[in-house]
Ligand binder design. Structure first.
Ligand code: SF4
Length: 189
């Protein structure tokens, strides 16, 4: 019997190749916890696409209530940080703490996140947030860098095949018009 893993999903395109990578070994349950996404219309759009991907690929998706106010409190004082800076570290911590708590609640042994597939994000920052959250909740974080072995390119292929919406900004209100700290590769994740 496969072990169960809770997969924090930041967006549908990133979930595609990550699910493909995990599903031979694990029973994957998706967890769409992204109160960072702004505005609410964009949140609903990304959630609908995640539901579409889950239905097409065949996994269960859990989506808690959208509560952006608490996320805003978690990044208070970091509003002017550039993308890939300290606000993003706090954002990863916030979402991965929720994923770790849900993993504990469901009595799953592991959780992980699609965030590391993105070439726009710092994997070391995500790994630290995941490990810290895992220790806090007494579960294990699968420390996998999904952008390796062509993961991001594969996510582009599958999401094109499934005709999934791919956003052109990370998600929060601060990332809408903010220049990145280093040049971004083409295509968002
Ligand atoms: S830029 Fe992205 S990762 Fe960083 S705080 Fe905003 S939504 Fe979170």
């Amino acid at each position: 019997m496969k072990e169960r893993v809770l997969l924090h999903i930041c967006c549908a395109p990133d979930a595609t190749a990550v699910f493909e990578r995990l599903s031979p070994e694990y029973e994957v349950v998706g967890f769409f916890h992204n109160p960072n996404i702004h505005p609410v219309s964009e949140y609903r759009k990304r959630l609908a696409e995640a539901e579409k991907a889950a239905a097409a690929l065949g996994f269960l998706l859990i989506a808690p209530e959208y509560e952006p106010k608490e996320w805003l409190q978690a990044v208070q004082g970091l509003e002017n940080e550039p993308e890939r800076g300290l606000r993003c570290a706090a954002c990863f911590t916030y979402n991965l703490q929720a994923a770790a708590a849900k993993t504990k609640e469901l009595d799953f042994p592991f959780f992980t996140t699609t965030l590391t597939i993105s070439p726009h994000k710092v994997s070391a920052m995500i790994m630290l947030a995941g490990q810290t959250a895992a220790q806090t909740c007494g579960v294990k974080f699968l420390e996998l860098d999904f952008k390796k072995q062509g993961g991001f390119k594969r996510s582009l292929q599958i999401s094109n095949d499934l005709e999934l919406y791919r956003q052109n900004y990370c998600g929060c209100r601060f990332s809408l018009n903010m220049p990145p700290r280093i040049p971004r590769p083409k295509g968002r994740g």
